[in-house]
Design a protein around this ligand. Structure first.
Ligand code: G4P
Length: 525
C-alpha cells in the first residue's frame, strides 16, 4: 500500500469524540463501560474511578486526589471491531475550565450524555453550545434508564425545543424508565432485553427477543413502545446521515451505563455514523486533506503531570499525515524545527512511547516548552490552523503575591499558567505589573492556578474577587469611553493583546452601551 493510501485507510478507521454531560450524569461510568466493550490500547490519564473500581486513573495532582475528581483532560484510545476510537476526556466536575471547552476543538463528534430523570442540565447546555458553534455532530445517549425518569417522548421534546436539534432515535425503550425491559432497534424491530448484571463489572447480558415473543412477554409495555415508534415514524424522526453531519439532527440511544446496557449500541453508532477525520480548515488556502504531510495542533498543555518527570506536555491532535516517533517537524509560528523524540501517548505513573499515529489520534509531546496552545506542528511547507477560540470568562480576580521577594517567580509562574491556558491573564496600567487580573470560565481555575503557583514556583498568592460578570471585546476608543464609568473596566488580555471590557452585570453593560455613542462591544466567542 502506498503511504497516502495507508494514511487514508488509517484515518478512515479513526473516530475521535468527547462526552459532553453534566456532573453525575454518568460520564465516568460510561467511559468504564466503553472500556469493557472495547480493548483499551492506551490511556492518557484523567478518568476517575469510583467506589473502589479501578477506573482509568490519573493521580498526578494532589488536588485531584483529594477531591476525587479529574481536573485535566486526556485521552483514552480503544480498539473496537476494526476501528480505533479516541475518547478525549472533558473534565466534568462542578466547575468548568477552559480546558473542558478546548477539548471540543480536537474532536470530530460528541456524545451528549443525559440523565433520564434530569434531561438537559446547565453544563450540558454550555458544552452543547460549543459543539453547535463548531458544527460538531452530536449523538445522544439517555442514561440511567434502569431507574425512574422522564417519559422518552418528553425527553425528545425537550431536546428539540431547547436546543433545536431534531432527535432521531436509533433505539426505543420498552417499559418506562425504572421498569426497563430493554430496547427495540428501530432498524430491524428486534428487541434486546435488559438483564441486570451485578455491579456493572461485566458486559451486560444481551438477549435478542424477536417481536412475536416480545409482544407476549411484555404485553402492554411492548404495545406502548410500538405506538410510540409509529408516532416517531409519522414525525419523520429517522436518521439521515447528511442532516446529522450538518449538526441538525441527533441520533438517540437509551441505556444504563452502570449495567453496561446500550453501550455496545453506542459504540456501533459511533462506528456507523460518527465522521472520521476529514479535511481541516487552515488560515490560508484550501482545507488540508488527511493525506497531506503531517500536521497537527496543540489543544492542551500541561506541566508537571508526573512528579517523577518534571516536564511540560503538549497534547497534539493530528489532522493530516503520519506521525512517527523521532520525526522532526516544524513549528507553524516560528518555522523552527521541533524534535519529537519523546512523543508519548500514555501518562500517569507508567509511560509508554508510541511509534506512529494517524489523523484523529492525539500524541503527547514531552518537554515541549516551546509550544503554546493553538500552535501548529507540520512537515513540509508552512501551514497554520485557525487560532483556538478563547472562551468567554465569567469570573475575575486580582492575583497578588504578598511576598515581594518572590516577585520574579510569581511573574514566571503567571506567564506559564497563561501559556498553558490554565487561566486568561489580563493587565492594565491602572492596576500595574504586580496585580494581574485572572479571568476564568469556572472558579476552580483560580484554585488550580494558586495551587500550582505554590507547588511549582514556591509562591503564595492572594486573590481578590472582582464583581464583574460580563465581558465584551472592545477597541482603544472603547477603552477611553469606559475609563470613567462605574461598573466597568477595560483590561488587555496578555495572550493576544485583545482589549476586554468587563461589566458588573448584563444590565449595566446594556445601560452603558445604550447611552454611549461610538462604543464598540463584541462577544468573545
Ligand atoms: P460523572 O462522571 O458524570 O460525574 O458520573 P459518574 O459516572 O460518576 O456517575 C454518577 C452516579 O450515577 C454514580 O453513582 C453512578 O454509579 C451512577 N450511574 C451512572 N450510570 C448509571 C446508570 O445507568 N444507572 C444508574 N442507576 N446509576 C448510574 P454514585 O452513587 O455517585 O457512585 P457509585 O457509588 O454508585 O459509584
Amino acid at each position: 500500500m502506498s503511504a497516502a493510501s495507508t494514511i487514508t485507510a488509517e484515518a478512515a478507521r479513526r473516530r475521535t469524540f468527547a462526552v459532553i454531560s453534566h456532573p453525575d450524569a454518568g460520564k465516568s461510568t460510561l467511559t468504564e463501560a466503553l472500556a469493557l466493550h472495547a480493548r483499551v490500547i492506551g490511556e492518557a490519564g484523567a478518568v476517575h474511578g469510583k467506589g473502589g473500581r479501578r477506573g482509568v486513573v490519573s493521580d498526578w495532582m494532589a488536588m485531584e486526589r483529594q477531591r476525587g475528581i479529574s481536573i485535566t483532560s486526556a485521552v483514552l484510545q480503544f480498539a473496537y471491531r476494526d476501528l480505533v476510537i479516541n475518547l478525549l476526556d472533558t473534565p466534568g466536575h462542578a466547575d468548568f475550565s477552559e480546558d473542558t471547552y478546548r477539548v471540543l476543538t480536537a474532536v470530530d463528534c460528541a456524545v451528549m450524555l443525559l440523565d433520564a430523570a434530569k434531561g438537559l442540565e446547565p453544563q450540558t447546555l454550555k458544552l452543547f453550545e460549543v459543539c453547535r458553534h463548531r458544527g460538531i455532530p452530536v449523538i445522544t445517549f439517555i442514561n440511567k434508564w434502569d431507574r425512574p425518569g422522564q417519559d422518552p417522548l418528553a425527553l425528545l421534546d425537550e431536546i428539540e425545543q431547547r436546543i433545536a436539534l431534531k432527535p432521531t432515535p436509533l433505539s426505543w425503550p420498552v417499559g418506562i424508565a425504572g421498569q426497563f425491559h430493554g430496547v427495540i432497534q428501530r432498524g430491524d424491530g428486534v428487541m434486546t432485553a435488559f438483564h441486570r448484571t451485578p455491579g456493572g463489572a461485566t458486559t451486560a447480558i444481551e438477549e435478542r427477543v424477536e417481536p412475536v415473543e416480545a409482544a407476549q412477554r411484555y404485553g402492554p409495555d411492548w404495545q406502548r413502545a410500538q405506538e410510540e415508534l409509529e408516532l416517531l415514524e409519522l414525525t419523520g424522526a429517522d436518521h439521515d446521515q447528511g442532516e446529522f453531519l450538518a449538526a441538525k439532527t441527533t441520533p438517540v440511544l437509551f441505556g444504563a451505563a452502570v449495567a453496561n446496557f446500550g453501550v455496545r449500541q453506542l459504540l456501533d453508532a459511533l462506528v456507523a455514523y460518527a465522521p472520521p477525520p476529514g479535511p481541516r480548515p487552515v488560515t490560508d488556502g484550501d482545507p488540508r486533506p488527511v493525506t497531506a504531510p503531517f500536521a497537527g495542533f496543540v489543544f492542551k498543555i500541561q506541566a508537571n503531570m508526573n512528579k517523577a518527570h518534571r516536564d511540560q506536555v503538549a497534547f497534539v491532535r493530528i489532522c493530516s499525515g503520519r506521525f512517527t516517533r523521532g520525526m522532526t517537524v516544524l513549528h507553524g509560528g516560528t518555522g523552527r524545527p521541533f524534535a519529537t523524540k519523546y512523543a508519548q501517548q500514555l501518562f500517569g505513573a507508567d509511560r509508554e512511547t508510541i511509534d506512529e499515529a494517524y489523523p484523529g489520534d492525539v500524541v503527547g509531546l514531552v518537554n515541549a516548552t516551546a509550544l503554546g496552545i493553538g500552535d501548529t506542528l507540520h512537515e513540509g511547507p508552512s501551514v497554520r490552523f485557525p487560532a483556538l477560540p478563547s472562551f468567554t470568562p465569567e469570573h475575575f480576580a486580582v492575583l497578588r503575591s504578598p511576598d515581594t521577594a518572590t516577585y520574579k517567580r510569581f511573574r514566571r509562574g503567571v506567564e506559564q499558567l497563561d501559556a498553558e491556558g490554565v487561566v486568561q491573564v489580563l493587565r492594565s496600567d491602572r492596576r500595574g505589573e504586580q496585580s494581574p487580573v485572572l479571568a476564568a470560565v469556572g472558579p476552580m481555575q483560580f484554585e488550580v492556578a494558586q495551587a500550582r503557583l505554590e507547588a511549582e514556583f514556591g509562591v503564595r498568592t492572594t486573590l481578590e474577587h472582582l464583581p464583574y460578570e460580563v465581558v465584551r471585546r472592545t477597541d482603544p476608543a472603547g477603552e477611553d469611553l469606559l475609563r470613567t464609568m462605574a461598573g466597568a473596566e477595560v483590561l488587555t488580555r496578555v495572550r493576544d493583546g485583545a482589549l476586554l471590557a468587563l461589566f458588573t452585570s448584563n444590565w449595566r453593560m446594556r445601560a452603558i452601551a445604550d447611552n454611549t455613542r461610538g462604543l464598540s462591544l463584541a462577544p468573545l466567542l
